[in-house]
Design a protein around this ligand. Structure first.
Ligand SMILES: Cc1cc2nc3c(=O)[nH]c(=O)nc-3n(C[C@H](O)[C@H](O)[C@H](O)COP(=O)(O)OP(=O)(O)OC[C@H]3O[C@@H](n4cnc5c(N)ncnc54)[C@H](O)[C@@H]3O)c2cc1C
Length: 427
């Protein structure tokens, strides 16, 4: 039996595949060895196995143990910072290169679901809900920006229109993205794992990589075995710890928390989210919510810097849930959990190479469902000789956080506090 198990999430409780994969207990070799079975690792694995490579994934805990199996399950396009920011700071060529890929991750995800028949309650439609008129103006700009990159499935909602989709008085309007959507993230990860295995790939669980020996053929050491390979892909994101010190210095793991209610009646579901789309608000420290396949409200929010495990998740998140939906007063909370995403200083992903044969992709800064799926496609391209698109990502600067190891977490929390106050004041 596993020495490690999933967190206390609704997703773990409703996972469709509880199969425990074996632990690595031998010295083996393969073409490509991937560290981590989250969406980054799984997307890389599927793309490379589809191209005929012998691929092995080493997962320290369980498939989808990290953010990929715990998240809000919302398909959000583009990056945590949009193309206007990228173009302004890094030039038109980088902005255009990033813009050309900004809507591709969701297509990768949907292709996996359809090609491999993955059962993960996938539903269409996502709403960015504006709490202030300033945020609504920003949504109008986002619509124009995304449309300039060819993404056309967008509609601005007025205050009265958004009420037809969200049974809350909190919002003054929003942006509806018809090609957004939501799904059961752990079941997607498990379905992707099964897809990868159907292509001949191997996954070892409870097989934490303790050391990476660089060289012409990198060697990855676990407690009871090792893998020697031609290429290594580091996909440990916020759960990587200090395995690769160069990567640890570049980003901060942050926690965000989710609660899930008991199943709601059909009438309650219709009252809260009549069109069954997912929602995230436009605040810096944002709330995000949606209905599960079995009619629960899944409500997330809050951020803890430095990946602390907060002790009272329910009392952190429920007040916000009741502010949005006071009609849920007294509702039973069945599950509460926290998960870590990886924040970078620029809030942009970090892709790169260590030596010539170790690739890494990390730091999606909260919006990683689509970027992690895209990352897997791009690393498969570079390994097969097409470096161009991976290199656009890798060209973004990867600054360390100010404050060093000791002060970077408090400094970042202070910065977030400032933005949070600004949102609360509607500035
Ligand atoms: C609570 C929460 C809600 C979120 N909601 C959304 C959302 O709705 N939409 C969205 O776009 N994004 C969301 N995100 C972000 C998104 O989930 C992540 O960006 C994305 O899943 C990252 O995928 P990943 O594969 O890179 O990392 P992870 O899913 O964290 O996977 C990393 C894996 O690597 C393994 N690992 C680490 N170190 C080692 C090692 N040494 N050896 C072996 N294995 C190792 C870990 O055990 C883990 O399984 C959310 C994140 C959280 C935490």
């Amino acid at each position: 039996m596993a020495a490690v198990s999933h967190t206390t999430s609704f997703y773990a409780a409703s996972a469709l595949d509880k199969t425990q994969r074996p632990q690595l207990t031998q010295d083996i070799s393969c073409d490509i060895c991937i560290i981590g079975a989250g969406f980054t690792g799984l997307s890389s694995a599927i793309h490379l196995a589809e191209k005929g490579f012998k691929v092995v994934i080493l997962e320290g805990s369980r498939i989808g143990f990290g953010a990929s199996g715990r998240n809000g399950g919302q398909i959000v396009h583009s990056y945590s910072r949009d193309m206007d920011f990228i173009e302004k700071h890094f030039g038109k060529q980088t902005g255009d290169g990033m813009g050309a890929m900004a809507f591709e991750g969701a297509k990768v995800l949907r292709r996996f679901v359809s090609d491999y028949n993955i059962d993960c309650d996938l539903k269409p439609g996502g709403i960015f809900a504006a709490c202030t008129t300033k945020q609504l103006d920003e949504m109008a700009s986002k619509k124009a920006l995304w449309e300039s990159y060819g993404h056309t499935e967008l509609e601005l909602f007025s205050e009265s229109e958004i009420k037809q989709h969200i049974g809350s008085e909190r919002y003054v309007g929003g942006l509806f993205d018809k090609s957004g959507g939501h799904f059961h993230p752990l079941n997607l990860a498990l379905g992707e794992a099964a897809a990868f295995e159907s292509l001949g790939g191997q996954i070892f669980e409870d097989s934490k990589v303790e050391k990476v020996i660089e060289g012409a053929k990198p060697k990855l050491i676990t407690a009871n075995g090792s893998v020697t390979c031609d290429y290594t892909i580091v996909a440990g994101n916020a759960y990587l710890g200090d395995l690769i010190p160069k990567l640890e210095a570049k980003a901060i793991p942050c926690g965000t928390q989710i609660v899930t209610t008991a199943p709601l009646s059909k009438a309650q579901q219709k009252d809260l989210l009549p069109t069954d789309h997912c929602v995230e608000d436009c605040n810096y420290l944002l709330d995000y919510f949606r209905l599960s396949g079995d009619g629960r409200l899944i409500y997330g929010g809050g951020v803890t810097y430095g990946a602390r495990e907060p002790s009272k998740i329910e009392s952190m998140i429920t007040p916000n849930m009741l502010k949005t939906f006071p009609q849920l007063k007294g509702v039973q909370i069945d599950h509460a959990w926290t998960g870590n995403f990886l924040l970078t200083l620029m809030r942009l992903p970090q892709f790169g190479r260590i030596g010539s044969n170790i690739y890494y992709m990390q730091g999606y800064s909260g919006h990683g469902v689509t970027s992690s799926h895209l990352a897997g496609k791009l690393v498969s391209e570079i390994i097969t000789g097409q470096a161009e698109r991976f290199d656009v990502m890798a060209s973004l600067p990867q600054y360390p956080f100010p404050g060093g190891k000791l002060l970077r977490v408090p400094y970042t929390a202070m910065g977030a506090w400032f933005y949070n106050v600004r949102d609360k004041l509607g500035l």
